[in-house]
Design a protein around this ligand. Structure first.
Ligand code: GLC
Length: 550
């Protein structure tokens, strides 16, 4: 097995992790300061979301220079020190490659927009207006509004899958791909342990750009439906592999939704372009296609089970599964998967056991190890997240009231995952001595690293135990995954099995008391069980148990 298949990864949102300069936003130095904390969680790879120079319209996902560090975070020397200090603790630093688009302040775009015949004229996607002056197509950007913005200087429109400040790079232009590979290799040479590759399914554009049938009252159709996963995309991705990752002891995990099971082998694994894919079937249960916050559909535990089963089965022979329930774009999992009045601590533990015992590499998201929760601020103006604004406006355009539109933001805003890390119960949760860029979640007084570290029953202690168990029972890394009670509507259960050992996991995701065949756990050593009391054959609401036959 490769090192990254055996490790636990941690996604870190640098703006909200640790501020060492009283500026209200996190710093690289702050990450270095907390490396021992990460090591104490058994983490072996830290994926840091973009820390490159950026106007921060989308908090770093709008990059103005791929080989420098945003001054608010620190310097290249800080990054070198971080990579080195992390290595001393057996942690590899993993960076985020945002290659579908750059910032509109990137020198490449500033050049490209000057004229139709400048040397970088074709580095972005430019098109003439329709005869009436309107946008070339009726595509809606992922963050709302048209996916096209008019450029006065060049007298053309440019395409942006996301915000207008994030113009899409033209991968059909070989010099663009070369420049991007060079940027990635700059970091490989500094010793990073891998890459998470952003929004990769959009890099190949369709040969013909045409209007689609509108999917909303705004007369537009999501750009996703018109441009994602185009034929020919794999040629680019395999070129990326050859030019960047091949031959290095690094891993790649691509953000890629909608890759079909029969295509998967070209995407991941030995002959695929990447090592792992982040797909969202299990986190977007309420959205059948596009993520439209005001149109969530009901879902059941059996839907979650099906999504997990499908990806466990799909990655049995193709690539490797990155197990996650939270990231910087998703609500906190205790709020997302469970009712408002459920026991969220029990829920955090249940989801933790699930994530840490599926076959794959767990990707823990900053604060999840504390059981951090969503925020619900009183007005849209309190929010920072650019997509919250787009979704709010869309909901209003679909006839929802302001209160209803805000409720959608409360449920799905990306800011809930981005509030500052809760280190202790001092002001601003110990994250900053300045004014935090996003308000700290009010629950920080009880829910923080310091308090949870000394509480053996805390979510943090639970994650530490899970990490220890994973280390002591390699079957959790290399064992097969065999589902049990597939038809049960509430219990998710499976065994992990290798030649030496079988570990059985049973998790009650419902709030109801549930029975199971007691022989599944009886006579076996209990590795971990949540809740106050445990009786073989019975799990109270949200209780979970893990046993071994060894
Ligand atoms: C990805 C990122 C998200 C970002 C978007 C545009 O989906 O995860 O945070 O806004 O790409 O780069």
């Amino acid at each position: 097995m490769k090192w990254w298949q055996k490790t636990i990864a941690y996604e870190l949102y640098p703006k909200s992790f640790m501020d060492t300069r009283s500026q209200g936003t996190g710093t690289i130095e702050g990450i270095i300061e907390k490396l021992d904390y990460l090591a104490s969680l058994g983490i072996g790879a830290v994926w840091i979301t973009p820390m490159y120079r950026s106007p921060m319209v989308d908090n770093g996902y709008d990059i103005a220079d791929y080989t420098s560090v945003d001054p608010s975070y620190g310097t290249i020397d800080d990054m070198k020190r971080l990579i080195e200090e992390a290595k001393k603790r057996n942690i590899r630093i993993v960076l985020d490659l945002v290659f579908n688009h750059s910032s509109d302040k990137h020198p490449w775009f500033l050049e490209s927009k000057k004229s139709k015949d400048n040397p970088k004229a074709d580095w972005y996607i430019w098109r003439d207006a329709k005869e009436d002056g309107s946008a070339p197509t009726n595509w809606r950007g992922i963050f709302g509004g048209s996916a096209w913005t008019w450029c006065e200087e060049r007298q053309q429109y440019y395409l942006h899958t996301f915000a207008s400040q994030q113009p899409d790079l033209n991968w059909a232009e070989p010099a663009v791909r070369r420049a991007l590979y060079d940027a990635a290799n700059f970091w490989v040479n500094l010793g990073v342990g891998g890459f998470r590759i952003d929004a990769i399914t959009y890099v190949r554009k369709p040969d013909v750009f045409e209007d689609g049938t509108p999917d909303g009252d705004d007369g537009m159709i999501s750009v996703h439906d018109m441009t994602a996963n185009q034929p020919g995309i794999l040629d680019y991705l395999h070129e990326f592999k050859k030019e960047v990752s091949e031959g290095h002891d690094i891993f790649t995990v691509a953000e890629a939704n909608g890759v079909s099971a029969d295509e998967l082998k070209y995407w991941v694994g030995e002959n695929g372009a990447f090592d792992m894919l982040f797909e969202f079937s299990h986190t977007n249960l309420e959205f059948k296609g596009i993520e439209t916050w005001c149109r969530p559909e009901p879902w059941e535990i059996s839907d979650l089970k099906r999504a997990l089963r499908n990806s466990q089965e799909a990655t049995k022979d193709n690539g490797w599964y990155p197990a996650f329930f939270e990231n910087h774009d998703r609500p906190r999992c205790v709020n997302h998967y469970f009712p408002e009045n459920a026991d969220h601590k029990a829920a955090a533990k249940a989801m933790g056991m699930l994530m840490m015992s599926l076959r794959g590499t767990p990707f823990l998201y900053q604060g999840q190890e504390l059981g951090m929760e969503n925020v619900a601020w009183p007005s849209i103006d309190c929010y920072n997240d650019i997509s919250s604004y787009g979704q709010y406006e869309f909901a209003l355009s679909e006839g929802f009231s302001k209160e209803e539109a805000l409720a959608c933001v409360h449920a799905f805003s990306r800011d809930s995952a981005r509030t500052p890390m809760q280190w202790d119960d001092s002001e601003n949760a110990g994250f900053t001595e300045g004014k935090p860029w996003l308000p700290v979640n009010e629950n920080y007084r009880t829910l923080n690293v310091k308090a949870e570290s000394i509480d053996p029953d805390s979510v943090l202690s639970w994650f530490r135990k899970l990490a220890e168990i994973r280390n002591e029972h390699p079957v959790l890394m290399d064992g097969s995954w065999n589902e049990l009670m597939a038809d049960d509507p509430d219990l998710i259960a499976y065994e992990r099995k290798n030649d030496n050992e079988t570990v059985t996991v049973i998790i009650n995701l419902s709030e109801k008391e549930r029975e199971y065949d007691p022989s599944l756990t009886e006579g076996k050593e209990i590795l971990l069980v949540s809740g106050d009391a445990f009786k073989h054959g019975n799990l109270h609401g949200l209780q979970c148990v893990m046993v071994t036959d060894k």
